[in-house]
Structures are given as structure tokens and as C-alpha cells.
Write a protein that binds this ligand. Structure first.
Ligand code: ACO
Length: 399
């Protein structure tokens, strides 16, 4: 109901770019994406190589510090993280205050926000030692917070971290172990989770990362900025998609309908239904991360004893969609989260934890982007303009 070009003229020299489709908010040397060619690189290394040869810890180091670590550097990073896993006992009390059926994502973001109150000696964004300390604290404590959020939601006792284990193993043990019962680590599961975390570790200026940068641009501390990023990730159009995909697959399974029927509903935009896990703002070709997940899904599922029927439904949906004109015209392909849900489910995580797992993976990317922003001399407080469409000045009614 309004004329955008007229509003632009009235407002002066601004651009109007809803969803920032064509606006670069920053320069960055961390992640490169070519959405048309389906290319993703962290610090110049192709995602396929990192997925094959690196660990999540190594990739985290790469993203945060700019280079792959030497053996000694990696060992030192690992050691520092292991020393910081414990959460302040009083912070543990927070988990008891949430309703039992609370979604673990807001529990996660609340606890990360609360880190600013417990660790006040690492809040200064311009003190390199403090930034380093908050980096290590977040890397060490987020998996612990995530495991506590999970235990809270299933009503089981929380376990203390066991620092003889690495970050991923510790997280699995704290998620699935029970007190006084030895936890047997499944190496297939640990390796699969490590891989999925690598694939989620950064993705340049997506919604949650842009949120982390925007909040950080006011000189808010790292905990506050990343807590905001976790909330942005919660939405079903972003990180919440992995949970939505599994719900969609289950609904199709329960209905017993052929996948074609669901595809028809999507094409007709019936009740706004979308093919969750499909489409991406930047990839207009196959998401390279989805290709990697799909290539391991079958093997991982057969070794973990997962629900093959859901994977079959996902594969059929993909097959139908990729040859359908609606999806071809709009260049819609599976994104990273189309196949992750079936794997997380086979590991034993409830749907509500899926987006938490995404957050665990994305953490080093958020940290790296926040650190890059605070060091960039060009950084200014983020403050977009608007085109005003409301009432002109009007007289206050006399009463
Ligand atoms: N199913 C059906 N139609 C779709 C889908 C989908 N998954 N995605 C996009 N479309 C259609 C839109 O309806 C639109 O059609 P139209 O031109 O007839 O109106 C067209 O494709 C363009 O889509 P937009 O929504 O304008 O594209 P945008 O870049 O804004 O959105 C997004 C990208 C949010 C990822 C979108 O594709 C989507 O909603 N996908 C499903 C949710 C999802 O999987 N999100 C995860 C993203 S990846 C991540 O965060 C890890």
C-alpha cells in the first residue's frame, strides 16, 4: 500500500534491502561460499577436506585463530578447554528453575547469558587476555550446558564432566551416561557427531552470526552476543529447521501417504507448508554439507541401528523434488539439515535437542566472527535505517 521509490526519495540516501539480500555488512576472512557452484571453505580449506581429515577441535582452532594448529598447538588448546569444563555450582541451580518440558534452546541461551554474571573477569571485548579466556570458557562450557539442558528435559541427574575425555566424548557421556554406571563410548557415534559439528562450524553472515555481530557491535561482551545468536538460531527458518525436518518426516510416515502427496501440498502452498530442509538464501545449487551428510547417513544409520524408513522417506522426497519444476524453477536443493535429523535421532537425541547440537557446532564460527569484528577498525555500531510508513504529524485529540 505504499510507494517504496517515493519513500526512498523522502528518506534520502539509503538502500532498501529487506532480508539484506544484496547488502554486505562486513568484510570477513573466515568463510568463503560460492552458492552457485556449491563451494564452502573455512579459511581457504574446502569443507570436504576438513570433513575427511580434521577433528571438530582442529576446525574450531582453524576458525578462531586462522590456521590449522600444529600438534603442540592443538594439544595446548585441548588441555585449556578440558581445564574449563566445570560450571559454577550456583549456575547449575538455574536448570532447576525452568519448567520440565522447556525447550532446551532457550535454556541454553539463558545459561550462556548468565555466564556474564558468573565470569565477570572475562567481559572486556578489548582486552586480549579476557577475550581468550571467554573463548576457552565458551568452548568448554557450552557442551556441558547443552548436556545439562538435555538431562533436565528428560528428568535425569546431571553428570560432572570427565576431563580425561575430549570435548565430543565428554558431551556424549554427559548426555547419555548415568551416575554409578560406566558409560561405554560408541566410537561410531563420536565420529559421526564430530563430523556433523564440523559441517555446522561456520557459514559466514547467516542470521545468527549477523545477530552475534550486531549485538557485539555495541561492545556487548562475548557471552551476551553469543546468547543472542543462540536465540536467532532457534527459529525454524534457520537452525530450528533440523527439528522441523524430522517432524515432517514423521508426519509423512504416520499418514501412510505417498511422498508425492506431500510434495503437491508444498507446491500448492497449502497452509504455508514448506519442504523443510530444502532451500537456502545463498546456495542455489546442492549444499556441499548436505552432500557429505547424505553420503555418510546410510552407513552411520546401519551401524547405529537407526530408523531407515525415515531416511527412505527423505531420499524419496529429495528424488521427487529435484525433478519437479516447482523446485527446479526456484533452485531449491536439500540444505545441511535435510539429513542430519535422522542421524541425531539414531544417536538417541530427542528432536528438541537437534538445534542445540547445531549451536554446539556453530559456536567456534560465532566466536571467530565476534573476534574478527572487534579487531576490525572499520566496525561501527550496527544501526540500520528505515523507510517510515506511519502517520504524518497529527493533532493530539482534545479530551
Ligand atoms: N519449500 C517450498 N518452497 C520453498 C522452500 C521450501 N523449503 N524454500 C523456498 N521456497 C519457495 C518460496 O515459497 C518462494 O516461492 P515463490 O517465489 O513462489 O514465492 C521461493 O521458493 C523463494 O523462497 P524465499 O523464501 O524467498 O527464499 P529465501 O532466500 O528468503 O529463504 C529459506 C531461504 C528461509 C532457507 C527458505 O528456503 C526456507 O524457508 N526453507 C525451509 C526452512 C529451512 O530448511 N531452513 C534452513 C536453512 S539452512 C540453515 O539455516 C542451516
Amino acid at each position: 500500500g505504499y510507494d517504496v521509490s517515493k519513500l526512498l526519495k523522502e528518506t534520502g540516501a539509503v538502500t532498501y534491502d529487506p532480508g539484506f539480500m544484496n547488502t554486505a555488512a562486513t568484510t570477513s576472512a573466515i568463510t568463503y561460499i560460492d552458492g552457485d557452484a556449491g563451494i564452502l571453505r573455512y579459511r581457504g580449506y574446502p569443507i570436504e577436506e576438513l570433513a575427511q581429515h580434521s577433528s571438530f577441535l582442529e576446525v574450531s582452532y582453524l576458525l578462531i585463530y586462522g590456521n590449522l594448529p600444529s600438534g603442540t598447538e592443538l594439544a595446548a588448546f585441548d588441555e585449556k578447554i578440558r581445564r574449563h569444563t566445570l560450571l559454577h555450582e550456583d549456575l547449575k541451580g538455574f536448570f532447576g528453575g525452568f519448567p520440565r518440558d522447556a525447550h532446551p534452546m532457550p535454556v541454553l541461551s539463558s545459561a550462556v547469558s548468565a555466564l556474564s554474571t558468573f565470569y565477570q573477569d572475562s567481559l572486556d571485548p578489548f582486552d586480549d587476555d579476557q577475550v581468550e579466556l571467554s573463548t576457552i570458557r565458551l568452548m568448554a562450557k557450552l557442551p556441558v550446558i547443552a548436556a545439562y539442558a538435555h538431562k533436565k528435559s528428560i528428568g535425569q541427574p546431571m553428570l560432572y564432566p570427565d576431563n580425561s575425555m575430549n570435548l565430543v566424548e565428554n558431551f556424549l557421556r554427559m548426555s547419555f551416561g548415568l551416575p554409578a554406571e560406566p558409560y561405554e563410548m560408541d566410537p561410531v557415534m563420536a565420529k559421526a557427531l564430530d563430523l556433523l559439528l564440523i559441517l555446522h562450524a561456520d557459514h559466514e553472515q547467516n542470521c545468527s552470526t549477523s545477530t552475534v555481530r550486531l549485538v557485539g557491535s555495541s561492545n556487548a561482551n562475548m557471552f551476551a552476543s553469543i546468547s543472542a545468536g543462540i536465540n536467532a538460531l532457534f527459529g525454524p527458518l534457520h537452525g530450528g529447521a533440523n527439528e522441523a525436518v524430522l517432524n515432517m518426516l514423521r508426519q509423512i510416515q504416520a499418514s501412510g501417504d505417498p511422498v508425492e502427496k506431500f510434495i503437491e501440498r508444498v507446491k500448492n502452498k497449502e497452509d504455508g507448508v514448506k519442504l523443510m530442509g530444502f532451500g537456502h538464501r545463498v546456495y542455489k545449487n546442492y549444499d556441499p554439507r548436505a552432500k557429505i551428510v547424505k553420503s555418510v547417513a546410510d552407513d552411520v544409520l546401519s551401524r547405529l541401528g537407526g530408523n531407515d524408513e525415515l531416511l527412505d522417506i527423505a531420499m524419496k522426497l529429495e528424488e521427487k523434488a529435484l525433478t519437479d519444476q516447482y523446485f527446479v524453477d526456484r533452485r531449491l536443493y536439500p540444505n545441511v539439515d535435510f539429513y542430519t535429523g535422522v542421524i541425531y535421532k539414531a544417536m538417541g537425541f530427542p528432536e528438541k535437542m537437534f538445534t542445540v547440537l547445531f549451536a554446539l557446532g556453530r559456536l567456534p564460527g560465532w566466536i571467530a566472527q565476534w573476534r574478527e569484528m572487534t579487531k576490525d577498525p572499520v566496525t561501527k555500531i550496527g544501526r540500520p535505517r528505515q523507510l517510515y510508513t506511519g502517520e504524518p504529524e497529527r493533532a493530539y485529540p482534545s479530551r
